[in-house]
Every structure is written in structure tokens, then in C-alpha cells.
Design a protein around this ligand. Structure first.
Ligand code: CAA
Length: 246
């Protein structure tokens, strides 16, 4: 199967950038999604270009369905068929539940879960029609086990596991696989934003004894996107240094 376009939502973040690079290294034409008029986009493109990467940019607020539909149409018309979608966009608004306000709940649910509907809905029928597709949903260890201070994030990331299994069944006969990757604590800005003493306590509980590297998650995504992974679907692949063994 020729590798066409891979779309990575939140493609310019810590994990997103690593995923874009791994897919590019594997021969995909990679579109990094970001918010419309995202100020750091030009610098990100220039920096990755200097490293030898030729990325495209797909602008859309993933919480906005119409913008996602328009982004998908534009990519299909101007760059090529989207054969791989990595739903990676995500944010945290951590707080213990009694202190969590509705805005913190809504922001995380819409960015981390509604976004998966918004981007996948216009792409999946095209993949099914063409008889090939790879959808990779970036969940989290905290969607699998739950996490103190993350009722919103754990709910959204657990929701991703549900949609993964439902969609996998709907498109399995069409050559489209749908899988979830559940990373543990990876050395990105999101994790480095946790108070140092809290983070140190968490890392101390990871059997491997360190944070994950973005590239380790990205390489798994590249494998799931490849032809070799055609028999893996509806799976949740845990990659968490042993933090939670299932
Ligand atoms: N289990 C049980 N109790 C806990 C606890 C835990 N894991 N963590 C903290 N507590 C207790 C504390 O000991 C404290 O108890 P006392 O009041 O009796 O002393 C109480 O809960 C309050 O804790 P904090 O002082 O930490 O409360 P806070 O309001 O200052 O901070 C918080 C709350 C922001 C949620 C903070 O605890 C925190 O940042 N926790 C980490 C959350 C986390 O893991 N986020 C992951 C972000 S990265 C990510 O999400 C990527 C990914 O996919 C993995």
C-alpha cells in the first residue's frame, strides 16, 4: 500500500511533533494540525524543515466540527488522500474534583474527546470507501487506570478507548484499523507542568524508573500505521514503563 497522507492533530506539541517525524521517516506525507493562525506554526515549520522534515499544516480548531470538515476537504483536495489519522490533540486542566469547575471539565472533554468525533467523522467514510485506513487514538495510562486530580482527563481518555473499540468493529471489513495508544508519563511540556514534587512522586512509582521519551510513543504509532499492523484493531496498547500493567 502506497503511503499517502497522515494527519496528526495537535501535531506541533511534544508528542505530536515526534509522531509527525516518525511517520515522515516512514515515508508518509504528514499534515500537522494546529489551531487557525497558530502563532508558533511558522517557527515550528522552519525548525523541522532545518532538521530535514517537509511537513504540511492543517488548520482547524479540533473542538469545532465545521472547521474539521473543512480541513479534511482541503487536505484531500490539495495534498492527497488521508490514509492515516492520529487523534493526538489533548490538554490537561488538573484539579481535584471538588475544586474542578465546569470550564475545566468542558475544555478537556471537548478538546480530548469531542475532537475525535469532529476529525474522524469526515475521514473514516473516505478510508472505508478506499479500502484502507489507520486511525490511532492517543489515550493515556490515566484513561485506563484513572488518576487523582484528573476526573476530566481520565473520563475523556477512557472515552477514547470506547470509541476505538466501537469504530474498529464498524470498519474492520473495510481495511481500516482503529487502535488506541495509552502512553504513561512522557517527557513533554504537559508532564513537566506538573509540580516538581508531585511529578517526582509519580516517576518514583514507574518500574522503568524514568519518564517515557516522545520518540518511543511515536515509533509505536508509526508501526500501527504501517501495513505490518493490519491484524491489530480495537486494541489498547499500553506504553507506560510498567506504571500500570494490564
Ligand atoms: N492519591 C491520593 N491522594 C493524593 C494523591 C494521590 N495520587 N495526590 C495528592 N493527594 C493528596 C495530597 O497528599 C493532599 O493531601 P492532604 O491535603 O491530606 O495533604 C491532597 O491530596 C491535595 O493534594 P495537592 O496538594 O497536590 O492538591 P493541589 O490542589 O495542590 O493539586 C493536583 C492537585 C493539581 C491535581 C495535583 O495533585 C497534581 O498535579 N497531581 C498530578 C496529576 C497528574 O498526574 N496529572 C498528569 C498530567 S500529565 C498527563 O496527563 C499526561 C498523561 O497522559 C499521563
Amino acid at each position: 500500500m502506497a503511503k499517502n497522507v497522515a494527519l496528526v492533530t495537535g501535531g506541533m506539541g511534544g508528542l505530536g511533533t515526534a509522531i509527525c517525524k516518525a511517520l515522515h521517516d516512514d515515508g508518509w506525507k504528514v499534515v500537522a494540525n494546529c489551531l487557525p493562525d497558530f502563532p508558533p506554526a511558522a517557527e515550528w515549520l522552519a525548525k523541522t524543515k532545518a532538521e530535514g522534515y517537509d511537513f504540511f499544516v492543517g488548520e482547524a480548531d479540533v473542538t469545532n466540527y465545521e472547521q474539521c470538515v473543512a480541513m479534511v476537504q482541503k487536505i484531500e483536495a490539495e495534498i492527497g488522500p488521508i490514509d492515516c489519522l492520529v487523534n493526538n490533540a489533548g490538554i490537561t486542566r488538573d484539579a481535584v474534583f471538588r475544586k474542578m469547575n465546569k470550564d475545566q471539565w468542558d475544555a478537556v472533554l471537548s478538546t480530548n474527546l469531542d475532537s475525535v468525533f469532529n476529525v474522524t467523522h469526515p475521514v473514516l467514510p473516505l478510508m472505508a470507501e478506499r479500502g484502507f485506513g489507520r486511525v490511532i487514538n492517543i489515550s493515556s495510562v490515566n484513561g485506563v487506570k484513572g488518576q487523582f486530580g484528573q476526573a476530566n482527563y481520565s473520563a475523556a481518555k477512557a472515552g477514547l478507548l470506547g470509541i476505538t473499540k466501537a469504530l474498529a468493529q464498524e470498519v474492520a471489513k473495510k481495511g481500516v484499523t482503529v487502535n488506541a495508544v495509552a502512553p504513561g508519563y512522557v517527557g513533554t511540556e504537559m508532564v513537566l507542568a506538573i509540580k516538581e514534587e508531585v511529578r517526582e512522586q509519580i516517576v518514583a512509582t514507574v518500574p522503568v524508573g524514568r519518564l517515557g521519551r516522545p520518540e518511543e510513543i511515536a515509533d509505536l504509532c508509526a508501526y500501527l500505521a504501517s501495513d505490518k499492523a493490519g491484524y491489530i484493531t480495537g486494541a489498547t496498547i499500553n506504553i507506560n514503563g510498567g506504571l500500570h500493567m494490564v
